[in-house]
Ligand binder design. Structure first.
Ligand SMILES: *[C@@H]1O[C@H](CO)[C@@H](O)[C@H](O)[C@H]1NC(C)=O
Ligand SMILES: *[C@@H]1O[C@H](CO)[C@@H](O)[C@H](O)[C@H]1NC(C)=O
Ligand SMILES: *[C@@H]1O[C@H](CO)[C@@H](O)[C@H](O)[C@H]1NC(C)=O
Length: 354
C-alpha cells in the first residue's frame, strides 16, 4: 500500500496511504516517468520539465494526485501568461516561474491587499507641496541608509501596511539620522479603518496611525502575517504622524517629491509582478490595468537604463516590494517611468511626521 512518491519535492500521497513512510526517493528517471504518466503528458513536454524544476526549487509538497494535476494545469496556464508578457514586453523585463507560478489568481491575491476604502477616509488628503528642484538623472534613497531590508508580508493582504511603514521609515530616518523598522502587525491588528490581512489603503492607514498615536518598532510589535488582537503599548510608540498628502499623478512631480522628501507609497496593478524575474518592466496596458490598483508598494528611487544593443533609454522607478528578497530583483521591482505603467502614478501618497 505504499503510495508515496517524492519527486523533485513533489510528494504524491494517494488518499488511502496516509500513515505510510514519509520519504522515499525513487531514482531520478523513474520519477519523471511516474509524474509524466500521472499527468498524462509526454516526457518531451517542455512545461513538465519546468514544472519539476519549479517544484524542487520551491520545495512544493502537494498532498494528493488531484492536487498535483491541478497545480500542473495552473502552472501551465500561468506560463502561457508569462510567455505572453515576455513576447509583448516593451521594456527589458522577463517573466517566468516565480514562487507564485503554481498559484491561481485568487491565491496570488492573498499576497496583495490594496483595497480602496468604500467610505472615504475621515479627511480628504491635502495635495502635496512639490519642491521646485532640478532633478538629478538618478536617485536611490537606499544609498542614504533610509530604507530597511526587504520584508515579506506572506499570505496576508497587508501590502498597504508594508508600503506605509516603508514611507514612515524613510521619513523618520531622514529626519532623525537613524533607521528604524516599524511595525506592520500593529496596523494589521489595531487599525480599525482598514481590514488587516483582508486589505487596506494608505489614507486610512495614516488616519489610523494618527488616532493610535503612532507606530511601535518591528522588534517591539513583530510581524505574524495574520489578524490578531491589538496589543499596542503606547509607551513603546517611536514615531507619530500628523498628516498625509496626496501626491500628483505627474511622474516628474512624483520624482521631485521623492528627492525632496523621501520614499513614497504607491498603488500598482500587480498582474505582471506575479511572474516578474527582473529587468525594467513595461507591460502592455491591457496586461496590467492602470485603473485597477491591487497592490501597495514603495518608490525608493529612479534611474535610466540603457539597453545593451539598441542603446534605447528606459527611465524606471526603483520599487521596494514586500514579497521577500527572493522575488524579482533582490525583492525590488523596476517599472517603466513616465507613462503611468500599471497605474503606479495614481495613488502616490506620503505621511507627514509630527
Ligand atoms: C521569458 O524569457 C526569459 C528570458 O529569455 C526566459 O528565461 C523565461 O523562461 C521566459 N519565460 C517563459 C514563461 O517562457
Ligand atoms: C509597555 O512598555 C513599557 C516600556 O517598554 C514596559 O515597561 C511595560 O511593561 C509595557 N506594558 C505592557 C502592558 O506590556
Ligand atoms: C488625490 O486627489 C485627487 C484629486 O483631488 C483625487 O481624485 C484622488 O482620488 C486622490 N487620491 C488619493 C489617493 O487620495
Amino acid at each position: 500500500m505504499k503510495a508515496l512518491i517524492v519527486c523533485f519535492g513533489i510528494a504524491v500521497i494517494s488518499s488511502y496511504a496516509t500513515s505510510e513512510a514519509q520519504s522515499q526517493v525513487a531514482p531520478h528517471k523513474e520519477e519523471i516517468f511516474v509524474i509524466a504518466d500521472l499527468l498524462g503528458v509526454p516526457l518531451s513536454d517542455k512545461t513538465l520539465g519546468h514544472f519539476l524544476e519549479f517544484t524542487e526549487r520551491e520545495n512544493r509538497v502537494y498532498e494528493t494526485v488531484e492536487e498535483v494535476k491541478f497545480r500542473f494545469r495552473v502552472f501551465r496556464a500561468n506560463m502561457i501568461k508569462a510567455t505572453y508578457l515576455n513576447e509583448t514586453e516593451q521594456g527589458t523585463a522577463t517573466y517566468g516561474a516565480t514562487m507564485f507560478a503554481d498559484m491561481t489568481r485568487s491565491e496570488f491575491q492573498r499576497h496583495l491587499g490594496l483595497v480602496m476604502p468604500k467610505t472615504p477616509p475621515v479627511k480628504e488628503a491635502k495635495p502635496a507641496v512639490i519642491p521646485q528642484i532640478i532633478l538629478p538623472a538618478e536617485y536611490d534613497w537606499r544609498t542614504f541608509n533610509v530604507v530597511t531590508p526587504v520584508k515579506n508580508q506572506g499570505q496576508c493582504g497587508s501590502c498597504w501596511a508594508f508600503s506605509v511603514t516603508g514611507n514612515i521609515e524613510g521619513l523618520y530616518a531622514i529626519a532623525n539620522n537613524k533607521l528604524l523598522s516599524f511595525s506592520e502587525q500593529e496596523l494589521v491588528d489595531c487599525d480599525k479603518l482598514d481590514n488587516g490581512c483582508g486589505g487596506g489603503f494608505f489614507n486610512t492607514a495614516f488616519e489610523a496611525i494618527e488616532k493610535l498615536g503612532g507606530l511601535e518598532t518591528e522588534d517591539d510589535y513583530p510581524y505574524e502575517g495574520r489578524n490578531d488582537q491589538c496589543t499596542l503599548n503606547k509607551s513603546e510608540i517611536r514615531v507619530s504622524v500628523r498628516d498625509y498628502v496626496n501626491i500628483t499623478t505627474d511622474e516628474t512631480e512624483i520624482a521631485k517629491y521623492l528627492v525632496g522628501n523621501g520614499p513614497i507609497s504607491i498603488g500598482i496593478n500587480a498582474n505582471a509582478m506575479q511572474f516578474y524575474m527582473g529587468g525594467v518592466s513595461h507591460p502592455l496596458k491591457f496586461l496590467c490595468d492602470p485603473m485597477n490598483l491591487d497592490h501597495g508598494v514603495l518608490i525608493v528611487g529612479y534611474g535610466v537604463h540603457r539597453t545593451r544593443f539598441t542603446h534605447k533609454l528606459l527611465p524606471y522607478w526603483l520599487i521596494k516590494n514586500s514579497w521577500g528578497h527572493r522575488w524579482g530583483n533582490k525583492g525590488y521591482y523596476m517599472a517603466y517611468r513616465g507613462d503611468g505603467t500599471c497605474g503606479l502614478n495614481r495613488a502616490a501618497t506620503s505621511a507627514i511626521l509630527s
